[in-house]
Ligand binder design. Structure first.
Ligand code: FAD
Length: 450
């Protein structure tokens, strides 16, 4: 007798959920699923998706494994090939005046396929997150405007409940619905979001060539540049040295993500209005001036913040697909192994299970790897053994992500601890020694053994 085709519902069409959709469809000749994907947003351009992210060789490998060749051909639109001799695709850490502290060994790859095939070492390619989501949305029948509010699970399957009163039945439910996942809140109510008392503000800007040239002159051409201050404050600039193709510019402009983070307690008496971008931008500039010394690096950071749009920008002058008002956000994470998991028809993937602080640039990479591992595990699905498939996925997913969340949290908290001037000399020298050691042994903290 022919078996019925099982249904998988993916709740959330972010980077992780979309990658899983493609992987399940790509493998349908081995194991066929009826796959449905829902998202609470009203459409693809509804919400800001825009900041840059680093995709490493592990994320690139899983991405290419999961997507069909027709989509893989479009990935360079989101992960453009590194510009040889102009960009260094890697991470560099500086002190608050722009002196180099750490530049871990990072393999320079020629394109995303090269990254996917890397067998030794680590690569890190700066990626347009909004474009990646756009590329991944191709041929995916997302059901938009469907906000999941919970589910009912039984021995036979799962009813997924939506805010509009509708419900859908499935054999497996995957919560790929981000840090505030309603699926996680119901499955594991005791798995809490950790708040480490840090505030971050992120914005996308189109920056003129002369500003990026000043940054590169000071700090080199790494496309992921971080500075660490004395007061628990850090800045991150992520950029690509690829001119924006828009006629309205009279000189070359480039896509840049600017990020500033500081201890939340510094905001205790501030009167910032998060619904007013001018108030937020002025506040970030005030913080930079207050926490940083007068120097070229501080001036450069301020100039990036001067470029942040205060109202919805003219699309002719704004290269990002989506725009949202800049606001303060809390730095949060979730250690998935801080509670005991019980395996059932309902599982989690990506930020829903293990939101990670951005310090090591791992969150999206791990969401994509989760999709790869889960889709492989589901190849052995049968109505009798679905629990063992999901368990196999969860064992790998939990270990890998718990390690990464804790590593990233450790670095974030270390960097966010205020130091005295003397303390900073000790800290900076320690990091410089670490730099020599990691480069001598050709070791990168995010390198995996397999
Ligand atoms: C500043 C910053 C820098 C970062 N840099 C990096 C980096 O360099 N490298 C890296 O790998 N990662 C980075 N990350 C993390 C990365 O962006 C996330 O980890 C990744 O996007 C998670 O993907 P996801 O699919 O799990 O969740 P998301 O991308 O958050 O997608 C979740 C989806 O679920 C939908 N959803 C939510 N609730 C519901 C609901 N109730 N019903 C239906 N749908 C719902 C949402 O609309 C969304 O589309 C960074 C994050 C930040 C904030």
């Amino acid at each position: 007798m022919q078996q019925k085709i099982p249904t998988v519902i993916i709740n959330g069409a972010g980077l992780g959920g979309l990658t899983l959709y493609h992987a399940l469809i790509k493998n349908k000749d081995i194991k066929e699923f009826n796959v449905k994907i829902f998202d609470r947003e009203s459409g693809p351009q509804d919400r800001w998706q825009g900041y840059h992210i680093g995709i490493n060789n592990y994320g690139a490998r899983s991405l290419i494994n999961c997507i069909p060749s027709s989509i893989a051909l479009n990935v360079p639109k989101a992960i453009p090939d590194p510009v040889l001799n102009v960009e260094y695709h890697g991470f560099s850490l500086y002190d608050h005046t722009g002196n180099l502290l750490l530049r871990p060994p990072t393999r320079q790859i020629k394109d995303v396929y090269d990254a996917a095939n890397l067998s030794v070492g680590v690569s890190l390619t700066i990626t347009y997150r909004d474009e990646l989501r756009h590329v991944l949305l191709e041929n995916v029948p997302v059901q938009w405007g469907k906000k999941c509010i919970g589910y009912e699970e039984s021995d036979d399957g799962v009813w997924v409940l939506f805010e509009d009163g509708s419900k859908e039945f499935c054999d497996i439910l995957v919560g790929a619905d981000g840090i505030n996942s309603p699926v996680r809140k119901q499955k594991l109510p005791e798995l809490q979001i950790s708040d480490h008392g840090l505030t971050m503000v992120i914005a996308n800007v189109a920056a003129p060539k002369n500003l990026l040239d000043r940054l590169s002159k000071l700090g080199g051409n790494a496309v992921f540049q971080e500075t660490v201050g004395l007061n628990g404050d850090i800045s991150i600039i992520l950029f690509r040295y690829i001119p924006i193709e828009q006629e309205s510019y009279d000189e070359p402009y480039y896509r840049v993500t600017t990020f500033f983070q500081y201890p939340s307690k510094l905001d205790v008496n501030s009167k910032v209005d998060d619904n007013d971008p001018t108030s937020v931008i002025d506040h970030v500039k005030y913080m930079i001036r207050k926490l940083r010394p007068e120097c070229e690096m501080t001036d450069i950071l301020l100039e990036f913040w001067n470029l942040v749009p205060k109202t919805s920008p003219d699309p002719k002058k704004y290269p990002f697909k989506t725009y949202d008002l800049v606001r303060r956000r809390k730095m949060q994470d979730i250690d998935p192994l801080s509670v005991v998991w019980s395996t059932s028809r309902v599982t989690l993937l990506g930020d829903a299970a293990h939101a990670t602080s951005p310090a090591l640039g791992l969150g999206a990479n791990n969401a994509i790897q989760d999709a790869d591992v889960l889709s492989q595990a589901l190849l052995n699905y049968s109505p009798e053994n679905y629990i063992s498939c999901i368990k196999k996925y969860e064992i790998e997913m939990l270990k890998r992500n718990s390690d990464d969340v804790l590593k990233s949290r450790f670095i974030d908290l270390r960097q966010s601890t205020p130091v005295s001037y003397t303390g900073s000399i000790f800290r900076n020298n320690f990091i410089k020694i670490l730099n020599s050691v990691t480069n001598f042994f050709d070791y990168n903290l995010i390198e995996r053994k397999n």
